[in-house]
Ligand binder design. Structure first.
Ligand code: ADP
Ligand code: MG
Length: 709
């Protein structure tokens, strides 16, 4: 038996449990089971006496004996124990006690099962959040573990589980037993996955020790060493594979050589209404070098909101066109695609190059026409959404793919673009991101890319003064807007729109609009409103009223987050600001401060604001640096949230390391991977044979897009 053995054959599993483990936890092999690490450990040294538990405590653990259990119906009546009908039960209350006191544990779900388990006289470990109900200390839905759940050591691992697994008898205890069996079966024959010298130089414990101690730690110290080794390995191998791909690609000759700059580029450049910033010029030079090198370009362009990335995309696209190729610009949303299309078309006017827009809502007839135009080459630049990567879209000669806001695209989608190149030669790829990405994330998501940064704003941008105020300042806020309007400026007022309560959100928006119209009456003031429920014409009409200065105030949802450029707007009011994410707030703020006047961002805080939300708002008031905000955002939102939303973009799923918490290990691992590749780029030396073998595993190989043609 080894890591690759199907889980079904592990003693104690069998076909039925194997299927469940597969569908519920994605465990197909014994190795998958061993790579499912405990998400927390029960530390038996930290059990609290009930008498000392305080309802303010966060999570606590007590070791208590069940005194009695009672079951209540919906109407609150206690059900008689002798004629118990579980279908009437709505709540199970167990009274439990240790030497120091008593408390209640309460269950609203899984009542029948728990009732059978919490038999009076039996002792359990209850882990949960204490609170007070009817003057009595209680815990709702605590985790319940047998006091002897662990087999060795004082720390007992707790694994992710699901209702289905528990109901089928795969409890925490059973998981521990299965993992124990797997370790016994596999460890003796398991070979080390890192070379000896790596373990030595990096001070890592051997794999066998690491696996055993993460599942059954003897103490905190062993656990720390074990997890460190596994995290390092995970991040190191990932970085090694990314850097090796980058190396291979930079050596290989698959890339369209675009040696000309071309007339279209020059026509556009000469007609620009402004001079490019130093940063823009530098980045365009970097891109030009890449495109004429004969190697495929894979470049990430980072630049804060408003730093002028669109122009860079357009000029790059024109280089492709000038060399007889086509270019596509892909955006994550319909609105953004439309906006790009409007801007790009304007920039293209002096060149005579034809651009087109393709999105999910493009009609069938228009779509056919566009497909034809792309195939015969009459369309030079296509702008669109995911619709662009559909198989039906074929290019005559795609030379450059620009992907805007890449962090919302998966790596897989990037790969599909690669495949659209002609004659098996992948197009050059430029990935642009307006939301600065924390370094650790960038290193992983884009570990195989070259990076350019626009670190300079177009001239004339003034810092935006940001303040956070409560309801009591609403009046003052209105007055402030009046003053600004009197000076000839305009103001945005943005309302949050969150899907779960869409109706309510629109209500808020409408009420807000009415309030504003009252506070800013016609004919002295004109207020425009834009939101997602309007038709495209309505939206455009209202938006234009604001852009053209006919309306002084624009009330809207976040549709303006990506979009409108109104240099004359000097105030951005964000309602219920605590409901927005940090990067979204930053994006919204980026809508002002584009003109020559001093601008303001006013964050209106709701009644109830959590500590975290307040921290977010404070941070926003403290800095305008998008990179700083992104780092903090990641730290604050923590690994769960971040990886939950970003997982699709990660090249390899992380089982134990966290990009939010393990940034230092990541930097170290990346530096070390680079150091090894510097000496042995193809990993051909015998000492590195183990590493080469690891990188041949599926999870790395399938991600090696340089192999796809
Ligand atoms: P982003 O990087 O957020 O995509 P945009 O490309 O939308 O930024 O540019 C923001 C605004 O700045 C646009 O109105 C654009 O016309 C303007 N802009 C871009 N480059 C310059 C420049 N060099 N000088 C002045 N304005 C510029
Ligand atoms: Mg942009």
């Amino acid at each position: 038996m080894n890591m690759d053995t199907a889980i079904q054959y592990l003693p104690g599993v069998g076909p039925k449990r194997a299927e469940l483990l597969g569908s519920e936890l994605g465990i197909a092999t014994v190795g998958d089971l061993l790579h499912l690490y405990p998400f927390r450990y029960i530390d038996r040294s930290s059990i609290q006496p009930i008498g000392q538990v305080h309802p303010n405590h966060a999570y606590i653990q007590v070791r208590a004996t069940v005194l009695k259990t009672r079951i209540f119906a919906k109407n609150g009546a206690e059900l008689p124990p002798d004629k118990l009908k579980y279908n009437m039960a709505s709540r199970l209350v167990a009274t439990v006690a240790d030497e120091s006191g008593e408390m209640e544990v309460v269950f609203f779900k899984g009542i029948k099962w728990m009732h059978g388990r919490l038999l009076p006289g039996n002792t359990f470990i209850f882990f949960g959040k204490p609170s007070v109900f009817n003057g009595r200390l209680n815990m709702v839905h605590p985790e319940v573990d047998a006091p002897d759940a662990g087999t060795t050591g004082v720390l007992t691992g707790v694994y992710t589980s699901t209702e289905k697994l528990k109901n089928s008898g795969i409890t925490g205890k059973v998981m521990l037993r299965l993992v124990g069996t797997a370790l016994e079966e596999v460890l003796p024959g398991l070979s080390e996955t890192l070379p000896e010298y790596v373990l030595r130089e990096k001070g890592l414990v051997p794999l066998r020790f690491a696996l055993r101690q993460t599942h059954f730690p003897v103490d905190q110290d062993a656990l720390a060493k074990a997890t460190y080794r596994l995290k390092f390995e995970e991040l190191f191998l990932l970085q090694l594979s990314l850097l090796k791909q980058k190396y291979v690609r930079s050596r290989s000759d698959v890339g369209i050589r675009m040696s000309l700059v071309g007339e279209a580029f020059n026509d556009c450049y000469n007609a620009l209404p402004y001079a490019l910033t130093g940063s823009q010029k530098r980045v365009i030079r970097e891109i030009r070098e890449d495109m004429r090198s004969g190697h495929q370009m894979n470049r990430l362009l980072q630049g804060d909101v408003g730093s002028g990335k669109t122009m860079v995309a357009v000029l790059s696209a024109l280089i492709a066109v000038g060399n007889g190729y086509q270019a596509c610009i892909m955006a994550p949303t319909e609105v953004l695609a439309q906006q790009h299309f409007a801007n790009v078309s304007r920039y293209l006017r002096p060149t005579g190059i034809q651009a087109a827009l393709l999105t999910g809502t493009t009609g069938a007839a228009a779509r056919r026409e566009i497909h034809a135009g792309l195939e015969d080459g009459s369309i030079g630049i296509i702008i669109g959404t995911h619709a662009l990567i559909e198989d039906t879209v074929q290019f005559r000669a795609l030379g450059l793919a620009v992907v805007d806001e890449q962090h919302r695209f998966g790596v897989e989608q990037r790969a599909r673009l690669w495949n659209k190149g002609s004659q098996g030669i992948p197009p050059h790829v430029l990935v642009m991101t307006a939301t600065p990405i924390p370094r650790t994330l960038a290193m992983t998501l884009y570990g195989d890319l070259d990076v350019s940064v626009i670190d300079e704003m177009p001239p004339g941008r003034k810092p935006v003064q940001t303040l956070c105020v409560g309801e009591n300042k609403r009046h003052a806020m209105h007055n402030f807007i009046r003053d600004q309007i009197a000076l000839g400026r305009q103001a945005f007022i943005v309302y949050p729109l969150i899907f779960e309560s869409e109706k309510l959100d629109y209500k808020n928006l409408e009420l807000g609009y009415e309030e504003i119209v009252k506070a800013f009456p016609m004919p002295q003031y004109k207020v425009a409103i834009v939101h997602g429920r309007q038709s495209a014409q309505e939206k455009e009409f209202n938006m234009n009223a604001f852009v053209a200065g006919r309306a002084q105030i624009l009330v809207s949802t976040t549709v303006i987050e990506v979009g409108v450029d109104v240099p004359n707007a000097s105030v951005m009011v964000i309602e219920s600001a605590e409901r927005f994410g940090l990067s979204q707030l930053h994006q919204l703020r980026g809508r002002v401060g584009r003109g020559a006047e001093k601008s303001f961002c006013i964050l209106m805080r709701g009644q109830k604001v959590s500590k975290e939300s307040q921290k977010r708002l404070d941070l926003l008031c403290a800095t305008e640096n998008g990179f700083e905000l992104a780092e903090e955002d990641m730290k604050m939102r923590g690994p769960g949230d971040l990886e939950g939303t970003q997982q699709s973009g990660l090249p390899v799923e992380l089982k134990i390391a966290s990009l939010a918490r393990d940034g230092l290990i990541l930097s170290d691992a990346r530096g070390y991977a680079q150091h090894i590749l510097d000496q042995d780029p193809a990993l051909e030396k015998p000492v590195n044979a183990v590493l080469a073998a690891e990188l041949r595993k599926d999870k790395y190989v399938t991600k090696d897009y340089s192999q796809i043609s």
